[in-house]
Design a binder for this molecule. Sequence first.
Ligand code: BGC
Length: 446
Amino acid sequence: MTKDFKKDFIFGTATSSYQIEGAIAEDGRSPSIWDIFSKTPGKTYRGNTGDVACGHYHRYKEDIELMEKIGTGAYRFSVSWSRIFPEKGRFNPKGMDFYKRLIDELNKRNIKPVITIYHWDLPLWAYNMGGWLNRDSVKWFEEYSSRLFKELNESVRLWITHNEPLCASFFGYHEGIHAPGHKDLKEAVTTAHHILMSHGSAVRNFRKLRFKNSEIGIALNLIPSYPVSGSEEDKKASSVFDGQYNRWFLRPLFKADYPEDMKEVFKKLIGDFDFMKDGDMEKISVKNDFLGVNYYSRELIKYSPDSELEYKKTHGNFERTEMDWEIVPEALYKLILRLREEYTSIPIYITENGAAFKDKVSKDGKVHDGKRIDYLRNHLKKIAVLNQKGADIKGYFLWSLMDNFEWGHGYSKRFGIIYLDYKTQERILKDSALWYRDLIKNRIIK
Ligand code: BGC
């Protein structure tokens, strides 16, 4: 029987530091903007914080054992910047040691380490110096990422500079739903620019090291946008959404420019881009080894004259997850075709895909999360078909290895294939974990 996935297709899982580690004041870690934001009244579900989270900082061995049971070939995690540099310019070897131990343990078990350098937890010291609004943030990130390259080098298979720059900029600085909780469009556009610049400089420094077994790229959360009707207004609104969420990041990375239509939209609202300098776009559009795509859902968009960017999100008839996100595997399929047609032929990794559902432990002690299995199966089927057509998707990182701190939603949304009992820190493999194990073993989707 022909397999759906070739032998070298990588099946992994993904997490991020603040969402799972806990141990926020141990071994010299200093606070990040998420420590502050999560402790600000009203910002997270029931005031939940990442203080303890999954206790992964201490239980990482147990978690890696569970990965081994599931049979995953790779693990994507992020480094907490303020463990490595608790103050500007002060390296903290103890913080670094944690990641070295983690990586050793993974490599021992043949699980390829995949590092996200920045998954939103900016050190507070950096924020106090202006954060991503300060152009010097590019240099701070350079110092941090170069240190990681030097310390960890080729023990890391894939390096991802940034996770979802859209969220770090627009969600954190415009919508205010993520740390640091600002609501200013100009700040969002500025921070997006500096984050992209910092990606470019990190990749350039990485190249100087001439690693042979390590590659570098970025992970974007791409959200295909569909107009709710065929009206010109709705089509324009959908194009603005696409421009802000997708093209604002894809175009600078792959075509060395921001999209013209969106420059116009933003300039009308925030004035000239005084944060941009000559040569910036060349610095951003460096050659990447791969593109990471985080895909969860599409958005259905309607014209809305009252909102700043004149669009609003609405819903169609698709079934939705606990996040209220529509389940539309077909949109992932079309997204990849579009990336291939319009932007790039470099290898793609699906660096996140998964779903939150209302999971509970049944009387038999198990977690029967059939809906998650359906979600995963239907998305992975699309990936298999895409690869049969030559899409060159090299791997898949399921979000998430385990239930964790889901940002503003705190612990109320469970994305894991491992269930977390937050009172006891007990871990239980959900049915989806067993399903994933069988898929990895057989490489055939059932
Ligand atoms: C983020 C994760 C998050 C997941 C589910 C992604 O946008 O990278 O940190 O938990 O989506 O919301």
